[in-house]
Design a protein around this ligand. Structure first.
Ligand SMILES: *[C@@H]1O[C@H](CO)[C@@H](O)[C@H](O)[C@H]1NC(C)=O
Length: 355
């Protein structure tokens, strides 16, 4: 890279111009053709050392600040052996821990509270240290401009897709939407921690730090409201020393469900989706949510595709004693609201000014 700029004779950059002087001296222009010019040996040596100094300097500079994943093989030994201060710099860069990618999957659909929910989630996600990819899946055959504009202004790296698959019988409308996101993750082999974050839940920032501690499959308890909203209940693992030792649940069907986890109470390494060695079961060719299961069984039937039993689960954090997100089932389905929360015309004054 540096050697290319040395050869560039007419670079507007003053540094480049000074480097290029040796070559321009050797070039014979039409006027100087009859008078060959040979600089004295000392001058040539000086120019040579000056130029090679700049070449080395630029090489060090570029590899320190641009973090080339693979430094040019012939340059690397020079940096490592000759420049002690920069060797220190390289060391520091190597010690910056590589942050894991968090892949947040959010199914969403059009209703009065959608703008409120998406803004709230976007404002949480924009505070999470990157890298984070937010995959937002809408229903219908095309994405809405209202959602697009919220996502665009969120400051979060996102992918906005839609899912037109509709089946009248689906108990949980998010199933096909989440599967659409899993298709995308698997197709592009996106490597990171996958988390299903519905738009109506509330998430603490600590949760996202904890997600980055998960290696395979992690789970934690989630706080919820009962259906009549009269009390708060917890659902999820009971843990000790990083191991799941039991479950806390309020479901009457507790005998029937294998795992008692909320959709927002677990996360997993995306490599499990396509690498059979990373999960225990080989019975499933693809890991997807099932649209045929009874209400309340969606989570457990999905998790059963990823892990065999509790020994393969990681407790998040190790004692699972912290509530990090809330699933309040607060929704406002039949509320009438202005389209896109945009006022096409002025409102009719209810209290007009007396002029
Ligand atoms: C996911 O699992 C793979 C294979 O075990 C591992 O190399 C990778 O670091 C894990 N990814 C994360 C984000 O932990």
């Amino acid at each position: 890279m540096a050697s290319v700029s040395v050869r560039r004779t007419f670079s507007p950059n003053p540094h480049h111009r000074s480097i290029s002087s040796p070559s321009s001296l050797r070039t014979r222009g039409p006027t100087s053709a009859s008078i060959p010019y040979h600089p004295p040996l000392l001058l040539r040596l000086l120019i040579f050392f000056f130029a090679s100094g700049i070449v080395l300097g630029l090489t060090v500079f570029s590899s320190t600040y641009e973090q080339h994943p693979e430094p040019e093989p012939d340059r690397e030994p020079v940096i490592q052996s000759d420049h002690r201060p920069d060797k220190l710099g390289m060391k520091q860069l190597n010690h910056v821990p590589e942050q894991k990618l968090i892949i947040v999957v959010t199914p969403t659909y059009n209703r009065a509270a959608q703008a409120y929910f998406l803004h709230r989630l976007a404002q949480t996600l924009c505070l999470v240290p990157p890298p984070l990819l937010w995959i937002v899946v809408e229903t219908g055959s095309k994405t809405s401009s209202e959602t697009a504009s919220i996502l665009r202004r969120s400051g979060v790296m996102y992918r906005h897709i839609c899912c037109k698959h509709t089946s009248g019988e689906v108990k949980d409308r998010g199933v096909h939407q989440r599967n659409k996101a899993l298709d995308l993750i698997e197709h592009h082999r996106l490597e990171g921690i996958v988390y299903f974050a519905d738009d109506d839940n509330i998430y603490s920032l600590e949760l996202f730090d904890r997600l980055r501690e998960i290696r395979g499959f992690g789970t934690w308890p989630v706080a919820m409201l009962t259906h009549d909203k009269s009390k708060a209940i917890l659902e999820g693992p009971v843990c000790k020393n990083g191991q799941v030792i039991g479950w806390h649940t309020n479901e009457k069907s507790k005998r029937l469900r294998r795992f008692h986890v909320d959709m927002s109470g677990f996360a997993f390494n995306s490599t499990m989706l396509w690498d059979p060695d990373k999960r225990v079961h080989l019975a499933w060719n693809t890991i997807r949510q099932l649209d045929t299961v009874k209400e309340g069984f969606q989570e457990t039937t999905f998790i059963q595709q990823l892990v065999e039993d509790e020994t393969q689960m990681e407790a998040v954090p190790s004692d699972c004693a912290k509530i990090m997100n809330w699933h309040l089932h607060l929704d406002y389905r039949d509320v009438v609201y202005p389209n896109g929360w945009h006022l096409g015309n002025n409102l009719q004054p209810v209290v007009p000014l007396k002029l």
